[in-house]
Ligand binder design. Structure first.
Ligand code: AMP
Length: 413
């Protein structure tokens, strides 16, 4: 019950208007602690309800003086957009002004919005530093700082920027840090930045890795496009998210699909904000059957009912495999993750299997004219699970029963 978390009536009304009836586990755990003003470290990914978990208490605790009193720093424009939407709804009955600033769109409208007064600011690091450097935003009133997707900000090289931002803030403030993974790097940052934080871990509510059917399709690198087309033409793949290693390859996959009359669209950091939003909206409303993405934007893709994730290229980092496939099987739906594996990528597969503690089944696609066979080491076995903990849930560090490659699709446990 939201009523038991210590939230004021005007926020409860906002929660009700959003249609939330029961708090998610992270909301239940984080809201009372955040309301006390304590620092928080939350191990949770998108999809767990973490946004409202930090927005609601910071709105309640916000002072009445003019100026930016709460700052949420997040790595991508998509996330900034989603956070500000939640903030807008939560603050419907509080009268607080919320805004987002991010790169890739005009500077002046953001500057104007700031001049008119903003209480809660959501920002990507680069644009925020630009605005601050030109004197267009004053951060000296900030009482609460939220670092969202901290691991991704580290991965993307934003940390020096985040440090610069922190120097612009009053030293006395509340900090909340959220991260989908807790690597040593993230833990180092926590030690540096937070004061006696309360640690809150939640498993992803909708996507334990066990719920996703996973299989590997070995295929030569030059035949990946053909294999994707064959699967899309012959199988009942409804709403498909395809991951490639580079932006260039994402565009190429889209061109291949369009030559075959399959409706697909690419989303990556070279595309403008408007193009990215249009791609996401079109994918959500069914205009496009396939969304092709790179890892950088994966976290911003909050779309329900993705039936299949296809790793056209294996991810460079094993953790990204978990983030990628976690986009499917949300909210109790079925989901399947298929990974195309070329001979150059077999070591990536071993890394992934080591991380998830499972040997994934390898399968051939019937009727596909393979140029040559890609054979991953058949004797490979997941022997060790690295210490890295994913969401405090799915990857607990225990070794799971391994599965030998087989022809049949099976749930990987
Ligand atoms: P987030 O993890 O913050 O990105 O939220 C994921 C999705 O869950 C968003 O679409 C939210 O609107 C939704 N959501 C968050 N909290 C609740 C709740 N208590 N009840 C129902 N839906 C929620």
């Amino acid at each position: 019950m939201f009523e038991n978390l210590g939230l004021e009536e005007r926020l409860l009304k906002g929660v009700k208007a959003m249609g939330y009836t029961t708090p998610t586990p992270i909301q239940e755990k984080a809201i009372p602690v955040a309301l006390e003003g304590r620092d928080i470290v939350g191990c949770a990914q998108t999809g767990t309800g973490k946004t409202a978990a930090f927005i609601l208490p910071l709105l309640q605790n916000m002072g009445t003086q003019r100026g930016v009193k709460a700052l949420v720093v997040t790595p991508t424009r998509e996330l900034a957009g989603q956070i500000v939407e939640v903030a807008r709804e939560c603050s419907r009955y509080t009268g607080h002004k919320v805004a987002a600033v991010y790169g890739g769109v005009g500077y002046q409208p953001q500057k104007d919005k700031l001049r008119r007064g903003v209480d809660l600011l959501v920002a990507t690091p680069g644009r925020l530093l630009d605005l601050s450097g030109r004197g267009d935003v004053n951060l000296s009133q900030v009482e609460v700082l939220v670092l969202d997707e901290a691991d991704r900000m580290l991965d993307m090289g934003f940390w020096p920027d985040v440090r610069r931002i922190m120097k612009l803030l009053p030293a006395k403030r509340q900090n909340m840090l959220f991260s989908a993974t807790m690597s040593h790097q993230v833990l180092g940052v926590i030690g540096d930045t937070l004061s006696r934080p309360v640690r809150i871990d939640v498993a992803p509510s909708a996507t334990p890795i066990e719920a996703i059917e996973q299989a590997v399709y070995p295929v030569g690198s030059t035949q990946k496009g053909d294999l994707l087309v064959k699967l899309l033409e012959e199988r009942d793949l409804d709403r498909v998210l395809v991951f490639t290693r580079t932006k260039h390859r994402a565009d190429r996959v889209c061109r291949t699909l369009s030559r075959k009359g399959i409706k697909g669209v690419a989303i990556h950091s070279n595309r403008s904000q408007t193009q990215r939003q249009q791609a996401l909206d079109g994918f959500k409303n069914g205009k496009y059957r396939v969304l092709v993405a790179t890892d950088i934007v994966a976290r911003g893709i909050d779309v329900d009912n993705i039936s299949h994730v296809i790793n056209f290229d294996m991810p460079n980092k094993a953790e990204d495999y978990v983030h990628r496939i976690g986009r499917t099987a949300r909210a109790g739906n079925d989901g399947t993750a298929l990974s195309f594996l070329s001979s150059e990528e077999t070591s990536a597969l071993r890394e992934i299997e080591g991380l998830i503690g499972t040997t994934l089944p390898c399968e051939d696609v019937e009727g596909f004219d393979y140029d040559y066979r890609v054979v991953p080491d058949p004797g490979r076995e997941a022997t060790k699970v690295r210490k890295l903990v994913y969401n405090g849930g799915a990857l607990s560090g225990k070794r799971r029963r391994s599965r030998r490659p087989g022809r049949s699709m099976a749930r990987a446990r």
